[in-house]
Design a protein around this ligand. Structure first.
Ligand code: COA
Length: 387
C-alpha cells in the first residue's frame, strides 16, 4: 500500500490583530490572566473585507502558485468550517471559482465544530488511496466569535489552512489506527440565527480533557504505541493553556516541552476552530529547530458537541524545503495592531445581516476580498496585487 498523507501546507490569517494586553486594559482585567492564564499574546481580527471564503482562498493560493500542475490534479476539495456562509451552498464552490480549479473536482463542505478538518483529512486519505495521480485540497477556515465582553472574548481569533493530500506525501504520512470519542454534549454550539457561539467554557475544557483521555486509551489499544513512541504532539488549540494542559495529561512526569513549537502560531493567531490543529502542525514543522524527519507526531483533534480523535503521522525526509516559514512569519508579524474600539467596530460590522444587499467597507485583506452581498448573492474579487 502506498504511503498517503499531507504533501504541502499553507496557512493564512488576516492583516489585523488585537494585543490581549490591550483587550485586558479595556475590560479592566489583569493582563496576566490572558497572557499567562490563557497563554495568548494576540488574536487575529477579521476585517469586513474578509470572510471564511477569502481566508480559505488566500491560504490555498500559494500552493497553486508554487505548483501550477495542481489545478489539473486536484479532484476533490473538502472545506471544513464551523462558520459557514450559506445553509446550502458549500463555501468551497466560491473558492473553487476564485482559484479557477478544474470543473471535474468534487467540492463538499463538512461541519462538526473544530473537528471537521480531521475528518476531511481522513476522507481525503481514503479517496486518494484509490487514485495515485490525483490529489485532494483540504481547507479549514474559521472565525471564532464569542462576543464582546464575554468570558470567551479573549479566546477569539481567525485563520485558515490549506493542505494537499496525496500518495507519497512530502510532509507527513498519515498512519493507520486512531482513537475516536463521540458523545452528545452541549459544551459549545451555534444555532443558525446567531453569529456568536453559545458556550459553557469551563465545561468544554473538562469535556476536552476527558475526550483526550478516552481517545488516547483507544489509540494505544489500537496501535500498541506509548507516549514515548511520539517525538512531538499537536493539539486542537482553543487557547494555548488548554493545549498545554492536554499535553501535561499525556506527558505525565515525562519531559513536557515537545509540543511548544506547535503553539507559536496559535499563541499569535488565537482560536481558528477547525484550522487550529493544522495551523499548529505548520507551526511545529516551521519552528522546531530539530530535524523531525522520520519522527512520529501525535495529533489530538477535538470538536465540541462532541467528536474527538487521536491519530498519528510520520514526518517525511527533507520536509523543510517544502515549508513556507518566511511567508507565514511575515503574514503574522505584519498584521496591524488594533485598538480595542477599532476591534469592536470590525466585530460589529461582521455581524450576521438579514438584508439582501450590502457593501463591505474598505479594509485591508489578503489576496481576495469579500465585497458584500447583491440581491442575496455574495460577491468576491481577486486583488490585482494578489500573490
Ligand atoms: N494571572 C495569571 N493567571 C490568571 C489570573 C492572573 N491574574 N487570573 C486568572 N488566571 C488564570 C486562572 O487561574 C485560569 O487558569 P486555570 O484554568 O489553569 O486555573 C485561567 O487564567 C482562566 O481563568 P478563568 O477564571 O477560568 O477564566 P474565565 O472564566 O474568564 O474563562 C474560558 C476561561 C476558557 C472558560 C473562557 O475563555 C471560554 O469560555 N472560552 C471559550 C471556550 C473554549 O475555548 N473552550 C475550550 C474547549 S474547545
Amino acid at each position: 500500500m502506498s504511503p498517503i498523507g499531507i504533501d504541502a501546507i499553507s496557512i493564512y490569517t488576516p492583516p489585523y490583530s488585537l494585543p490581549l494586553t490591550e483587550l485586558a486594559r479595556a475590560r479592566g482585567i489583569d493582563p496576566l490572566k490572558y497572557t499567562v492564564g490563557l497563554g495568548q499574546e494576540t488574536m487575529s481580527v477579521m476585517p469586513p473585507r474578509e470572510d471564511i471564503v477569502t481566508m480559505a482562498a488566500s491560504a490555498a493560493l500559494p500552493l497553486l502558485n508554487k505548483n501550477p500542475e495542481l489545478k489539473n490534479t486536484i479532484s476533490l476539495v473538502i472545506f471544513a468550517t464551523e462558520s459557514g456562509v450559506d445553509q446550502s451552498k458549500a463555501a468551497g464552490t466560491w473558492v473553487h471559482n476564485l482559484l479557477q480549479l478544474n470543473s471535474k473536482a468534487r467540492v463538499i463542505e463538512l461541519k462538526q465544530a473544530c473537528y471537521s478538518a480531521t475528518f476531511a483529512l481522513q476522507m481525503a486519505c481514503a479517496f486518494m488511496k484509490q487514485t495515485p495521480h490525483q490529489c485532494a485540497l483540504v481547507i479549514a477556515s474559521d472565525t471564532a466569535r464569542y462576543g464582546i465582553n464575554t468570558p470567551g472574548e479573549p479566546t477569539q481569533g481567525c485563520g485558515a489552512v490549506a493542505f494537499i493530500v496525496k500518495q507519497h506525501p512530502r510532509l507527513i504520512e498519515i498512519e493507520e489506527g486512531a482513537g475516536i470519542h463521540t458523545e452528545h454534549v452541549m459544551d459549545f454550539w451555534r444555532p443558525p440565527y446567531l453569529d456568536t457561539a453559545l458556550v459553557d467554557g469551563k465545561y468544554s475544557t473538562r469535556v476536552y480533557l476527558t475526550a483526550l483521555q478516552t481517545c488516547w486509551d483507544h489509540y494505544q489499544e489500537a496501535t500498541n504505541r506509548q507516549y514515548e513512541s511520539h517525538a512531538r504532539f499537536c493539539y486542537h488549540v482553543p487557547f494555548c493553556k488548554m493545549a498545554e494542559k492536554a499535553h501535561e495529561r499525556l506527558a505525565k512526569e515525562s519531559c513536557s516541552d515537545n509540543s511548544k513549537h506547535a503553539l507559536i502560531y496559535p499563541k499569535l493567531i488565537g482560536n481558528s476552530y477547525s484550522a487550529s490543529l493544522y495551523i499548529s502542525l505548520a507551526s511545529l514543522l516551521e519552528n522546531d529547530p530539530e530535524d523531525l524527519s522520520g519522527q512520529r507526531i501525535g495529533f489530538f483533534s477535538y470538536g465540541s458537541g462532541c467528536v474527538a480523535e487521536f491519530f498519528s503521522g510520520v514526518v517525511a525526509k527533507g520536509y523543510q524545503q517544502y515549508m513556507a516559514q518566511e511567508w507565514h512569519h511575515h503574514l503574522i508579524q505584519s498584521r496591524t495592531p488594533l485598538s480595542c474600539p477599532e476591534y469592536e467596530q470590525f466585530f460589529l460590522l461582521n455581524s450576521l445581516k438579514s438584508t439582501e444587499s450590502y457593501s463591505t467597507i474598505d479594509s485591508a485583506a489578503g489576496s481576495f476580498e469579500f465585497l458584500g452581498v447583491e440581491g442575496h448573492v455574495r460577491r468576491y474579487k481577486k486583488k490585482q496585487s494578489g500573490l
